[in-house]
Design a protein around this ligand. Structure first.
Ligand code: CA
Length: 365
């Protein structure tokens, strides 16, 4: 998702209405909740809403046409749209930040998301798609296992990609208005997908507008989806080749550096003075995710501070990394390279990015 309002990543938060909380965007979770009057509390309010929705749709239609959407597509779509109050309820039910200090432990999340079944299916996918994955890695530098892990995390390798009518969801969220410019833009990008030959039937996904195996928002589809099997279409719903080529392209675009790992699990000596390595910068994007990271040091510096790897070897001495201790001092910690930030670009959540990295490691082990 293109984070325009909160510039986090390309895809924004793709929230799931699927597969647990892994994709709930941090900034959405941290958004302003509870200040919006309920729209759908009574029958008269519902009628008012429907009228308001249709009135807003006429505005959105003009905007879409002005941005180059064909009249044919507009004529086919707008008469079918109705307000989806369920989507608005789901949006408002995103966990808020009522107690920001209470960050849950990572270990239970890891156990749930990097589990035996997901690893086994990841290995099957890896073997089944091996020649394709090798080719994409050669072209992009993005490791095969990372592409597989993203697919596994997003949709459990395509087993559930969401059944919400994407355009109806995006129109409803735009009408709700909390992040109108964002959702209106994604809605119009969805119309442009139809102009490109995607069918309305394919435009299904999470309630928040992410679609297909990689759960791309429409604007990301338009910019980064790729045809991996040479049939001329980027079919991220049905084609594994197109799905993996699109994920690889996303990662290349977001700045993946070939040859560097995402990070490595480490032990931190009890006596490490955390204040010496504290991060003193405030990130403009998803600050609550980045404030948990230390400042940048080279691997050589971390080693000199007594940090030692668990199992895997450390990256080269000159590689820069930050330290994250998701379960506090005395538990497994992680040294994270700039490639970890690329995973955060896909979905800005430390738990998400850590478990993508760990799933990738487990798949290729
Ligand atoms: Ca294709």
């Amino acid at each position: 998702m293109r984070r325009r309002e909160v510039p986090v990543g390309q895809r924004l938060w793709h929230i799931h209405a699927m597969g647990g909380a892994s994709r709930a965007a941090v900034w959405l979770r941290n958004g302003v909740f509870g200040t919006i009057a309920m729209l759908c509390g009574s029958a008269p309010a519902a009628a008012q809403d429907d009228a308001g929705f249709q009135s807003y749709m006429s505005v959105l239609r003009q905007q879409a046409l002005a941005e180059g959407v064909s009249a044919r597509t507009a004529n086919a779509v707008f008469p079918t749209l109705t307000l989806n109050t369920r989507v608005i309820e789901l949006d408002r039910a995103q966990p808020g930040s009522t107690n920001p200090s209470a960050i849950p432990a990572f270990a239970p999340y890891k156990a749930q998301h990097v589990d035996t079944a997901r690893i086994a299916r990841g290995r099957q996918t890896y073997l089944a798609q091996r020649s394709r994955l090798q080719r994409i890695e050669q072209e992009t530098g993005v490791p095969e296992s990372i592409m597989v892990a993203i697919w596994g995390h997003e949709t459990n390798y395509g087993s559930y990609t969401g059944n919400f009518d994407l355009l109806r969801s995006l129109a409803s969220l735009a009408y709700e208005g909390r992040r109108r410019s964002l959702f209106a833009g994604e809605f119009i990008a969805g119309l442009k997908m139809l102009d490109r030959g995607v069918t309305r039937d394919q435009l299904k996904g999470s309630w928040a507008g992410a679609t297909g195996n990689p759960q791309f928002l429409p604007s990301i589809y338009l910019r980064l989806a790729r045809d991996g099997d040479g049939d001329g279409r980027a079919d991220i719903w049905n084609s594994p080749a197109d799905t993996l080529a699109s994920i690889g392209n996303y990662f290349t675009d977001a700045g993946w550096r070939a040859g560097h790992p995402w990070g490595v699990a480490v032990n931190v000596p009890a006596g490490l003075d955390r204040s010496q390595v504290r991060n003193r910068l405030v990130s403009p994007r998803c600050p609550r995710v980045f404030e948990r990271h230390s400042g940048w040091r080279t691997i050589a510096e971390w080693r000199a501070l007594g940090v030692t790897p668990q199992g895997r070897s450390l990256p080269a001495d000159s590689v820069m990394a930050t330290l994250l201790e998701p379960d506090g001092q005395g538990a497994t910690a992680y040294l994270l390279t700039s490639n970890y930030r690329v995973i955060l670009d896909y979905n800005c959540s430390n738990f998400y990015a850590l478990s993508v990295g760990l799933l990738a490691d487990a798949v290729e082990r």
